[in-house]
Design a protein around this ligand. Structure first.
Ligand code: NAD
Ligand code: UFG
Length: 336
């Protein structure tokens, strides 16, 4: 049994499908602050298996400990958290409370119930401005915003807990840019309001929900002047979590591991690929750089291959095709 906090969210829902497909039992613990129960109904229908759902907040230590004990889980995958960079700058205390205090409550509940394996959702944002590329796990860590600080704080907390008691096992997964959707088109990313991220914005332009894309800067020192990122298919990412859970079963330690493809694509690469697969125009206007953005980011994914036996399989066309499939089947997300 795997206990999945935030399992109803974008990455969590895709991971639940792959956990069920791998024959693992799943309990989801989610407060649905940024997701819908409908996502979990669809997860079960895709996998053809049931999972347990407990509605609750990770900061509610009593409810959390009860749910964890009831689940009989041996390991936790911890997705629950807030992730909007701009919002984290406006409301830092809410971010520290949800992401850092919430994780502390979770570790306390795990300690009380003797569950000592956790896969944690970290982010490539902990590398800050690149001093070299591709980023390896040894790259110096820094944060340029509150969201990134909360990820750094949790990473440190996990390393400290592990040092105090090496029976704890942690896989700290540093995701690059998760995009795409399940190939069934039944689950996908459902951002509330105006999307901050490139792929959902492009998809909404292509489907006609928004008029044009703002390209945030075309004067970066990159091949076409636009920002370069390592986009990773959410199903590849989900499979990485199954591998991480299996890894923790056999290996002790506290390891930070990049989950990326190792390939960078520019904003315009992604726009052109999306136009090709959707056969729709994606009009854009070039605007100023977005504050806090870096020019380029991509992973060295060698450690994930060595430790987990995992690597990304999907190319840019597949990322766009699956996003388009989800977008056209669910033009208004889960609520439509
Ligand atoms: P998401 O918002 O879709 O999912 C997060 C889930 O956690 C939601 O279902 C939400 O309702 C739940 N949640 C939030 N606070 C909670 C709380 N206090 N108690 C219980 N449940 C709570 O986000 P996602 O894109 O699936 O991201 C999952 C994790 O991966 C997050 O920790 C995020 O920071 C991290 N991450 C995401 C990205 C990305 O670009 N999507 C990149 C790097 C890291
Ligand atoms: N971009 C645009 N227009 C948009 C949105 C984005 O041109 O409307 C550009 C950005 O300037 C950047 C690229 O598209 O060059 C990707 O931007 P995203 O917002 O999709 O992704 P980021 O790399 O900025 O950040 C994402 C998550 C962070 C996470 C980071 C690393 O939002 O939370 O990946 O994992 F930390």
């Amino acid at each position: 049994m795997i206990f999945v906090t935030g399992g109803a969210g974008y990455i969590g829902s895709h991971t639940c499908v792959e956990l069920l497909n791998a024959g693992l039992d799943v309990t989801v613990f989610d407060n649905f602050s940024n997701s819908q129960p409908e996502a979990l109904s669809r997860v079960q229908s895709i996998a053809g298996k049931q999972l347990r759902v407990v509605e609750g907040d990770i900061r509610d230590g009593v409810a959390l400990q009860q749910a964890l004990a009831d689940s009989g889980a041996k390991a936790v995958i911890h997705f629950a958290g807030l992730k909007a960079v701009g919002e984290s700058e406006a409301e830092p205390l809410r971010y520290y409370d949800n992401n850092v205090v919430g994780t502390m409550r979770l570790l306390e509940a795990m300690k009380a119930t003797g569950v000592k394996q956790m896969v944690f959702s970290s982010s490539a944002t902990v590398y800050g401005v690149p001093q070299f590329l591709p980023y390896t796990e040894q790259h110096p860590l820094s944060a340029t915003n509150t969201y990134g600080q909360t990820k750094l704080a949790v990473e440190s907390m996990l390393r400290d807990v592990h040092r105090s008691d090496p029976e704890w096992r942690f896989a700290i997964l540093r995701y690059f840019n998760p995009v795409g959707a399940h190939p069934s088109g039944r689950i996908g990313e459902d951002p509330q309001g105006v999307p901050n991220n490139l792929m959902p914005f492009v998809a909404q332009v292509a489907v006609g929900r928004r008029e044009f894309l703002n390209v945030w800067g075309n004067d970066y020192p990159t091949p076409d002047g636009t920002g370069v990122r390592d986009y990773i298919h959410v199903v590849d990412l989900a499979l990485g979590h199954v591998k991480a859970v299996q890894f923790l079963e056999r290996e002790a330690g506290c390891n930070a591991i990049n989950l990326g493809s190792g390939v960078g694509h520019s904003v315009l690469d992604l726009v052109r690929a999306f136009e090709r697969v959707s056969n729709r125009p994606v009009p854009f206007k070039v605007g100023p750089r977005r504050s806090g953005d870096i020019a380029e980011s991509w992973a060295n994914p060698a450690l994930a291959k060595n430790l987990l036996g995992w690597s990304a399989m999907s190319d840019l066309n597949k990322l766009c095709a699956d996003t388009w499939n989800w977008q056209t089947r669910n033009p208004n997300g889960y609520t439509g």
